[in-house]
Ligand binder design. Sequence first.
Ligand code: PEP
Ligand code: MG
Length: 547
Amino acid sequence: MKKFSGKGVYGAIAIGKVTVFKRQEASVRRTHVDDTAAELLRVENAKALATEQLSAIYEKALKEVGETHAQIFEIHMMMLEDDDYNESIRNIIETQSVNSEYAVAVTSDNFAEMFASMDDAYMQARSADVKDISNRLIACLSGGEESKGSSDDKMIVCADDLAPSETVSLDKDRVLAFVTAFGSSNSHTAILASNMNIPAVISVGEEFISEIKDGDRLIVDGHTGEVIVDPDDETVSEYTEKQQADTKKKALLQELKGKENITKDGRSVKIYANIGGVDGIGAVLANDAGGIGLFRSEFLYLESEDYPTEEQQFAAYRKVLESMAGKKVIIRTLDIGADKQIDYFKLDKEDNPALGFRAVRICLTRPEIFRTQLRALYRASAFGELGIMFPMITSVNEVEQCLTICEQVKRELEDEDIPFSDNVEIGIMIETPAAAVISDKLAPLVDFFSVGTNDLTQYTLACDRQNAKLEKFVDTHHEAVLRLIEMSAKNAHENGAWIGICGELAADTALTETFLRLGIDELSVSAPYVLALREKVRSLDLSAEKK
Ligand code: PEP
Ligand code: MG
């Protein structure tokens, strides 16, 4: 028995036998050709065949993982038509009088390397996509078949890495789990695996793949990222029990996927999910959230060594918007300070950081940082349904300043002929008592409120949320907090705005009925809570007297 550990990308357990994924690696030789025009024609024919195959994979993916994830194969088809990619192949054939396979292989290496060297994790992950389409093109040049797993039994597919098309091409009914030696959770393969509801662990390391062989017994724990090769009987029965408990719990909630968030008496509420970065999208989609109610954008800054550039931010926001395929994505502008400190901001040490220089206060003092973020956000707005919200608001003046900067950024983009959406909703977080109390003045300025109950509770009850000693003084259901939410909801609705809750309290099912009675329009929670919250909403009957 030997244990390996990697990163779980879909939380479930599988016990079964290994099938090592066999790829038909096209070995490419460089040969001289006299008739370059004929080579160019071969490329065109191979491209047509590759497009045909990709379109079949797209249809399969559409059925198995849904439109959002199937889109990667549309992107692959577009990549095959990319001007730079094709020009590079053509140039190599024409200037070096070489065979098409060689020209495609060199182009693939160059493009893959270029993507891999980019700073942005999303763009780095595209390196695998270029290799994927290029391998397909090379296989098509020799009229090749697509690669497949080998055995007929149910299998745990183990590979160095899997390309998205390879993942989807496998027979879902026969795959118990995926384990890959490499790969990132940002990759489409990881996202696809999690959306196929297949336990998957990635990045277990090279040693794993060199040790296992077809037929080895394996346990894959997608919750912990643990992979056990050749487990003893005791371990197998321990994991079998875990697996059964897991399956039971999930099956009950899975039945709610695709169902509406609607009470027995017909009141519906939006249930969205919170993310901290691009790699949270898989869980959002796997749990069938209706949108993203809070993208804590500061994580982009926290994970970076220096201020993330406009391009880096744009790529991340765009990726989230595209992945959500037209569903709402609310991105909160930078909220650092207090418990989230970043060295390169060089913020002064403060005696009371929670009451200090944080969030929108930093943005309005250092507008160059704010502008960069807003430019990236508006540019990304052309790719989906964006909402932008500002944290830690306490006054009308702060909101007006934010709106002025938004207008300036939009004018700038217009002057530069850069497209952005006209339908970006603007909201503010209600996370200070001040904002709730003057919510009648704030609501006319915005499209929505989102209540940050974590901070609203800390500021209302004067209890530092970081101080563990205060836990017994923090009544999360405190009437003062609930009254502030009630006041904000009433003022939002009277002024044509909608209101959501994105703090942890949104997931507290003991309060779901209260929130719905207050008229809350949206609840945004950590992705794993989405279905449990849906279950709660569907069990309520607001026409009955409140218990
Ligand atoms: C909140 O304060 O409730 C909130 C959602 O923001 P954060 O937890 O990031 O401060
Ligand atoms: Mg907050």
